[in-house]
Write a protein that binds this ligand. Structure first.
Ligand code: SF4
Length: 374
């Protein structure tokens, strides 16, 4: 046994370093298909390490120069991580999900409707276009929502019936445990709440699967009750960056929705979904200071909102592809205190019913939480 018997602290640090440095992949065909392009963090490969599934950047510029190497797996997907020729840990790559082999009645592969994330999460982008993506002056600079569509790896609009069929198959064939439904922001004031609501209702009618929906704050807080009634169990409204100047620089379109609206939406959504079931993605490494992120995390946790803080990944083909990823030391300096705040505030990744915070594969945060609990 190698790293797998190491202390929780060593596992946290290894996961943190893998997610900030990335890793070199000896065999590009190892494991399940990588995430490339799409909404949110991308260019990762899922791997299992010490009982967890984590997403490790492998297709980014920093990953190509990483000191970490993922060795070619054997026929069962078992492999090792090494650094400077020294083996650090046994790992394995998740297998390709069986539902990927199915197609809709009109011949669309199920893998173009939704994909497996982490270990047991079904993830879909219901609308693979965004009102903010049409112009690079307005688009979120880190986002690649149009790339997977342009490459033919997904469809622009997933219908409720398609999502229901794929969700049912993913539960029955691959044992998925929860579902993430994100969306590009459509034109209109509901900012995607309407299509998420109808999609969730269709999935819940087909299969009992906890669902997290992700969208910008809608114009009307009444949407939260409608979403909950349709079967959405958890809600993500993502700040991405926490200081107004960084938000304006990194996501000039989305920053037009001010922080004040995010906070009024959080205050309205938490009573509907419950403490800890509303979350927000924060991309660390885009210019926010550690202090600003920690202050924001404390404010969010006080409201009952889970701050899912992940290291920024410079996705190839985006305006930020050459922006450096944050250092492992920077991430350690925020994740450790945020994990402590979460424990003290009574919030935890394990208690979230569905979504990114529960999956945790894009951040070492839940590993830090586990380290504290241990
Ligand atoms: S944390 Fe979210 S984006 Fe990352 S792998 Fe899990 S479900 Fe996907």
């Amino acid at each position: 046994m190698l790293q797998t018997t190491a202390s929780a602290m060593r596992t946290e640090q290894l996961v943190n370093e893998l997610q900030t440095f990335g890793a070199r992949l000896v065999d590009p065909n190892a494991g399940a298909d990588s995430r490339r392009g799409g909404a949110g963090p991308s260019d990762h490969k899922a791997l299992n390490i010490d009982g967890m599934t984590v997403m490790v950047p492998v297709h980014t510029a920093p990953a190509h120069a990483s000191p970490y190497v993922l060795e070619k797996p054997d026929a069962d997907g078992n492999s090792r991580i090494s650094r400077d020729g020294v083996t650090l840990s046994d790992i394995s790559f998740p297998h390709r999900p069986r539902f990927y082999d199915l197609t809709t009645q009109d011949g669309i592969p199920f893998s173009k409707i939704a994909v497996l994330h982490g270990k047991d999460v079904l993830a879909t982008t219901v609308l693979q276009s965004c009102v903010r993506y049409r112009s690079r002056t307005k688009t979120c600079q880190f986002c690649a929502i149009g790339q997977s569509l342009a490459a033919g790896r997904t469809t622009q609009r997933k219908t409720p019936a398609q999502l229901a069929a794929v969700a049912k198959a993913a539960v029955e064939l691959d044992g998925v445990k929860h579902m993430v439904m994100t969306t590009g922001t459509p034109p209109g004031k509901d900012r995607g709440a309407a299509i998420l609501t109808e999609s969730a209702a269709a999935v819940k009618a087909a299969v009992d699967l906890p669902i997290q929906a992700q969208c910008e704050p809608p114009d009307d807080d009444a949407w939260f009750g409608r979403m909950r009634a349709a079967g959405i169990d958890a809600l993500g409204m993502h700040l991405e960056a926490v200081t107004p100047a960084v938000r304006a620089r990194i996501m000039p379109g989305k920053a037009q929705v001010p922080l004040a609206r995010y906070f009024s939406a959080f205050e309205a959504a938490v009573p509907v979904f419950g403490r800890g079931q509303v979350s927000t993605y924060i991309l660390a490494g885009l210019g926010d200071t550690a202090e600003a992120i920690l202050d924001m995390a404390a404010r969010l946790i006080g409201l009952g909102v889970y701050p899912f803080v992940v290291p920024f990944v410079p996705i190839s083909g985006t305006p930020l592809e050459n922006h450096p990823a944050p250092s492992a030391a920077f991430m350690h300096g925020i994740l450790q205190p945020i994990a402590t705040m979460l424990v003290q505030g009574g919030l935890s990744a394990a208690d979230i019913k569905a979504g990114c915070g529960k999956c945790g594969a894009c951040s070492a945060l839940s590993t830090y939480e586990r380290g504290l609990s241990a």
